[in-house]
Design a protein around this ligand. Structure first.
Ligand SMILES: NC(=O)c1ccc[n+]([C@@H]2O[C@H](COP(=O)([O-])OP(=O)(O)OC[C@H]3O[C@@H](n4cnc5c(N)ncnc54)[C@H](OP(=O)(O)O)[C@@H]3O)[C@@H](O)[C@H]2O)c1
Length: 318
């Protein structure tokens, strides 16, 4: 899809916080890359729960935004222009990233991003699949490797294994040589075993809190799931949540460490992730693909909380 007029692009923005009806497909000016930035022609954008959480205004106190705001913080695309002092990237390079959450996002034909945030996209993946990778895989990497210091032989429980983060986490944990337990509903059991889960606990039938002596619990749910997770860890074990800041007193009571992970852009880690994908060690699961003018349906699907893998917005024709 080409831009409508010279210097103009289509973008999905909100002018007020609220429901999916707040998102408007508009024609706006293509941004210019500042020094240290690149302009990206976006081919596809990933949809993540943070998109509708920001849309609703739930994170307004944590991440200061100026409205109107273009949503979407995951993309794959090609470098269309480079700003001053950018040495590493050339026009035409195929890249992907999780750009800065405090700036305009990637539900748009173009986005400007810091040259330090992007990496070459996996060569073996389509634009759509590439756009499904950065945010969730960086999150799983930073939680398990940077915080959890996951190592061979560890026993790890990954909650919501069939979600975007869960699918990435299961595969990274298997790569590290861990034994992987995960939770999901019945329809996802065989799929999760096929990507490496050793035991899938059907949360609609079974109670995961029968597990014990785990080295790491990766909590992607919060609430009751987080509460019931403490007792599954061994003394000295490590709980990492991306859903809720864990209670330090409960951590002390169970003699485990408690951590909250908030994903950060990291170009070096994304490059390593591209290599793992191109060598066949990590596969990418796309639940569904929507067009830019159907973004409200994409958000409604994400908000349902029961997708398998990622929702993607296709922006250019493949
Ligand atoms: N702090 C951070 O930096 C950070 C980064 C990324 C994500 N997050 C947050 O982490 C959460 C997960 O993100 P995501 O992208 O993986 O979400 P997602 O893709 O929307 O997760 C959907 C999955 O959750 C599963 N699920 C729902 N209820 C469940 C339950 N009770 N037990 C086990 N699985 C359940 C569903 O499986 P079934 O269909 O089988 O029910 C579905 O596959 C979101 O709240 C997101 O905002 C935080």
């Amino acid at each position: 899809m080409s831009t409508m007029n010279e210097g103009q692009m289509r973008a999905v923005r909100i002018h007020n916080y609220g429901g999916s009806e707040q998102m408007e497909l508009e024609s706006i000016t293509v941004p210019k890359p500042a020094a240290g930035e690149v302009l990206i022609k976006v081919h596809a954008a990933g949809v993540n729960p943070v998109d509708w959480k920001i849309r609703e205004g739930y994170l307004a106190e944590v991440i200061p935004h100026t409205l109107p705001l273009t949503l979407g913080w995951d993309f794959a695309g090609e470098v269309a222009a480079v700003g001053q002092h950018v040495e590493k990237w050339r026009v035409g390079d195929a890249v992907y990233a999780r750009p800065d959450l405090s700036k305009n996002g990637a539900y748009a034909e173009y986005i400007t991003v810091s040259a330090n945030e992007i990496a070459s996209k996996p060569k073996t993946l389509s634009w759509q699949k590439s756009a499904a990778v950065p945010l969730v895989t960086l999150t799983a990497w930073q939680a398990l490797n940077d915080i959890g210091q996951l190592k061979q032989g560890d026993r790890v429980l990954i909650h919501a294994g069939a979600g975007g983060v869960g699918i990435a986490a299961i595969q990274l944990a298997k790569q590290a040589g861990a034994t992987v337990y995960t939770t999901a509903s019945s329809r996802n059991i065989e799929f999760l075993k096929s990507i490496g889960a050793d035991e899938v606990i059907d949360y609609t039938q079974q109670d995961f809190s029968k597990l014990a002596d785990l080295d790491i619990v990766f909590d992607t749910m919060g609430g009751e799931v987080l509460e019931k997770s403490w007792a599954t860890l061994k003394k000295g074990g490590c709980l990492i949540s991306i859903a809720e800041i864990p209670n330090e007193e409960l951590a002390a009571k169970h003699e485990v460490s408690a951590n909250f992970c908030f994903v950060q852009a990291n170009s070096g880690q994304l490059s390593e992730i591209s290599n793992l994908i191109d060598s066949g060690d990590i596969t990418v699961e796309v639940d569904s693909v929507f067009r830019l003018d159907d973004v409200a349906k994409a958000h409604e699907k994400s908000e349902s909380g029961h997708t398998r893998g990622k929702i993607v917005i296709q922006i250019q024709e493949e």
